[in-house]
Ligand binder design. Structure first.
Ligand SMILES: [Zn+2]
Length: 101
């Protein structure tokens, strides 16, 4: 009896937690964290220190807030707050400078 072997792969990926880390429009790292409190989304990049607070409707979740943040950022309508770290870690500059020659 040759039984057909069907691979039944049920693709169920339970996502216990939404990743609240997004790509930073400035440094390109996945280091943007979004925290929504009282209608204000606090957005901060853990890598380059880019941060902003934007007003969001109550229905917005982190991803929505991030989307709005990106829109505003790209439009240049965003008040960027630099988080002034007192770290002087200027060593290891891995900035990729694209210069078209
Ligand atoms: Zn950044």
């Amino acid at each position: 009896m040759g039984g057909k072997r069907k691979k039944r792969t049920k693709i169920i990926k339970p996502k216990p937690k939404l990743p609240k880390t997004f790509e930073c429009p400035r440094c390109g790292r996945i280091a943007i964290s979004v925290e929504i409190k009282n209608g204000i989304a606090h957005i901060k990049c853990g890598n380059c220190g880019l941060s902003a607070d934007i007003e969001v409707p109550p229905v917005f979740d982190e991803a929505n807030a991030y989307g709005k943040f990106i829109d505003l950022y790209l439009d240049g309508k965003l008040e960027i707050k630099e988080s002034n770290k007192e770290e002087s870690t200027n060593e290891g500059e891995d900035k990729q400078v694209h210069t078209t020659t």
